[in-house]
Design a protein around this ligand. Structure first.
Ligand SMILES: [Fe+2]
Length: 395
């Protein structure tokens, strides 16, 4: 199948000398080219605005705006137009300068027809290649952009699914303890707020938040008789209860993207002074996420209502945490915590409640928020999870 040849390209001839314009245009028309003529740079640019101009043949020396000026103007406004310069004898240096500035060729005046045709064909061929290259590059860029968007969306989906899975797990766990997942979410929010106040950002902040969310995941391995026991735990039962950080760590540590949260899970019951469990780690031996978490968890435990007692005020909880700075808690963490202040901490809780209400009003009460069970109205029997700060390390 024979391809239809493209129409001959239009060539714009620019020269202040009318006879030169005429001779060149007549010769080129005889060769089958379409030709336009201009007597100066401004007219040439006006013509180029009006119709596509693949090629310009311009005189170098023209009164007013010369060929070099026109060349630069075309480079700027019509970068796909090829420009051939016509120069007189003795202008070689200027002609070489033109090549450096983007002209495809230069010819001495008066040009021989064969030289002119060869130069035109070379210029047009070069332009075709250049245009094809640009088209290809644009196509590639578009492809890369499309693929990047697809990949980003896919990652977002994975991340959302993964977050939802973790939330479902935590919700199930909280439900088992007759708790709502609000507790876990509040602890995450307090933890993240303190971490941010300490200057922690980006992936590290996310991992700390995830560690806080999953902190009690190991309670899955604690028997109901112990976890849900209404009264005080016996020493043997405490042994069982104290296994939960190790169980949680064993559960999630093999999952590569939960490696850091696993560290937090393992050490969330440690104390700054080394009197915590399961390892009795102290100070910097405890992951910073766990050191932050323990402050956040204590705040939430003290300020939340339980079936058998009302939560205390934020002011009291803050005072108690301040008192335990350096013993149970890392002083640096407590410092950041105190900087957030009573109003700031209460606002975190109020904002969460407002968000939950808005979600329920919008009919989206399911999922991770623990359904419609209000935080303080859960049909809870006695919790084995000890509430006051000191009982955390009982017996
Ligand atoms: Fe725990």
């Amino acid at each position: 199948m024979e391809a239809i040849p493209p129409p001959p390209p239009r060539i714009l001839i620019v020269d202040d000398d009318e006879s030169v314009r005429d001779v060149i245009s007549v010769l080129l028309r005889e060769e089958g080219y379409h030709c336009s003529v201009a007597s100066g740079a401004d007219q040439a640019l006006t013509l180029a605005e009006q119709e596509e101009t693949p090629l310009v043949i311009s005189d170098m020396k023209m009164p007013g705006k010369d060929g070099l000026w026109l060349l630069e103007a075309f480079r700027e406004k019509h970068p796909d137009t090829a420009v051939i310069m016509l120069t007189g004898y003795g202008d070689t240096e200027a002609a070489v300068d033109c090549l450096r500035r983007g002209a495809v060729d230069y010819l001495l005046k008066p040009p021989k027809l064969t030289d002119l045709i060869r130069s035109i064909e070379r210029a047009l061929a070069k332009r075709r290649v250049e245009l094809a290259r640009k088209r290809y590059q644009k196509k590639l860029e578009r492809k890369v952009r499309d693929r990047t968007t697809e990949l980003r969306n896919a990652l977002k989906d994975v991340s959302t699914t993964y977050q939802n899975t973790l939330m479902a797990l935590v919700t199930a766990l909280d439900a088992r303890e007759h708790e709502t997942s609000d507790h876990s979410q509040r602890v995450v929010e307090y933890t993240v707020a303190i971490a941010q106040r300490m200057g922690i950002r980006g992936p590290e902040l996310e991992e700390i938040g995830r560690g806080a969310l999953l902190h009690d995941i190991g309670k899955i391995g604690v028997p109901d008789a112990v976890l849900l026991k209404p009264g005080k735990l016996t020493p043997e039962e405490w042994v069982e209860m104290r296994k939960h950080p190790d169980i949680g760590y064993a559960m999630i540590a093999p999952i590569p993207f939960l490696a850091i949260p696993a560290q937090i899970v393992l050490s969330h019951q440690e104390r700054f002074d080394g009197r915590g469990y399961p390892r009795g780690l102290a100070r910097n031996e405890i992951h910073i996420g766990a050191r932050i978490f323990s402050v956040a968890d204590t705040l939430d435990a003290m300020t939340s209502d339980r079936p058998y007692r009302k939560g205390t005020t934020f002011a009291n909880a803050i005072e108690e945490i301040h008192r335990c700075s350096g013993s149970q808690f890392d002083p640096e963490v407590v410092k950041a915590f105190l900087e957030i202040g009573e109003a700031g901490l209460m606002k975190i809780k109020e904002d969460m409640i407002a968000r939950k209400k808005a979600k329920l009003a919008a009919g989206g009460g399911g999922g991770s928020s623990g359904g419609s069970t209000p935080a303080t109205g859960a049909p809870a029997v006695g919790l084995a999870t000890p509430i006051p700060v000191s009982t955390k390390i009982e017996p």
